[in-house]
Design a protein around this ligand. Structure first.
Ligand code: AMP
Length: 191
């Protein structure tokens, strides 16, 4: 099974993806984690990406599509993937469709975790405190920029999947356990 977890920064995509990794043995493909790994490794891509990420902007579609295409080649992706943080633009969604079509991979569900945006500032502050500020983009100023990008570039991906009948929306203001339960129920219904 291959799914997309969709939602603004701080919606809980990463947390929910980890639950699914445990319960279903799926592989979590977080493009944000991949970029942070590139930064930590000091690669050319990492150097370019850091500035963009610290400004709360998006890394180019070409780079991101290439990154996911390469990662999807690995054997561990055959058991199913959870895309976390990708696609973030309609162009990325179209490229993903083409890629899955070529590989004859099905996209089983797109799960939107919908949250009240006023709550996101508190959540991101909490994450920054819990991780000792590990993410340089976890602060109110950059979050405001990330939310603007979410509205301008990423939210238009929702109608793209809605039109295809693939979108399921879950209330992300519930407890993490309840959100997990509803995601599991949704995946059980498409399995
Ligand atoms: P995340 O960990 O998903 O919140 O991503 C952190 C940052 O990485 C984002 O604010 C973007 O700068 C960059 N990024 C992650 N995924 C993508 C993507 N699919 N397209 C463009 N930029 C991305």
């Amino acid at each position: 099974m291959n799914i997309i977890l969709f939602g603004p920064p701080g919606a809980g995509k990463g947390t929910q993806a980890e639950f699914l990794v445990q319960s279903r043995g799926m592989v979590q493909l977080s493009t944000g984690d991949m970029l942070r790994a590139a930064i930590a490794a000091g690669t050319e891509l990492g150097l370019q990406a850091k500035e963009i990420m610290d400004a709360g902007k998006l890394v180019s579609d070409d780079i991101m599509i290439g990154m996911i295409a390469e990662r999807m080649e690995a054997d561990d992706c055959r058991n199913g993937v959870i895309l976390d943080g990708f696609p973030r633009t309609v162009a990325q969604a179209q490229a993903l469709d083409a890629m899955f079509g070529d590989k004859q991979i099905s996209l089983d569900s797109v799960i939107e975790i919908r949250v009240d945006e006023n709550a996101l500032f508190a959540r991101i502050e909490k994450r920054a405190a819990e991780t000792g500020g590990a993410r340089s983009d976890d602060n109110a100023e950059v979050l405001a920029a990330r939310l603007k990008v979410y509205h301008d570039n990423t939210a238009p991906v929702l109608p793209y999947y809605e039109d295809k009948g693939q979108l399921v929306t879950i209330d992300g203001m519930q407890s993490v356990e309840e959100v997990n339960k509803q995601i599991e129920a949704c995946l059980n219904s498409v399995a």
